[in-house]
Ligand binder design. Structure first.
Ligand SMILES: [Zn+2]
Length: 118
């Protein structure tokens, strides 16, 4: 473990906070399919059944989809990072297996690679 306990705990707290924020934003435009893996489905309000209503729904869905996918991707990397903390493999570059710089982790606690590989 390249990180001392205090730093690791700080990073874990920011990951948990980020997880909460992402879940909140996702909850507005999507419904959770599997909370453990961070899998969400984009929802759209059922405004009505006539043709104009359906067009609005599709428009809304098309607007939300890329946002949802980005948030979902972020949430999944946060969850992955938390899993790595549990397993004790957190803080190592997925590419070269070297320690990830602490400064980089502080800026982005879910970073999976070191500065060189990222
Ligand atoms: Zn690396």
């Amino acid at each position: 473990m390249p990180l001392d306990k205090k730093t690791l705990e700080e990073l874990k707290q920011s990951l948990l906070k980020e997880q909460g924020d992402l879940e909140k934003s996702l909850g507005k435009i999507a419904k959770p399919v599997d909370k453990k893996t961070g899998d969400y489905d984009t929802t759209f309000e059922n405004l009505g059944t006539d043709r104009n209503d359906n067009a609005t729904e599709i428009e809304q869905y098309t607007d939300n989809l890329p946002v949802e996918l980005t948030l979902e991707k972020n949430l999944q990397s946060v969850l992955e990072a938390l899993k790595r903390i549990e397993k004790g493999t957190y803080g190592f570059c997925e590419n070269c297996q070297k320690e990830i710089e602490v400064e980089r982790l502080k800026a982005n606690p879910s970073a999976e690679t070191c500065v060189k590989c990222g």
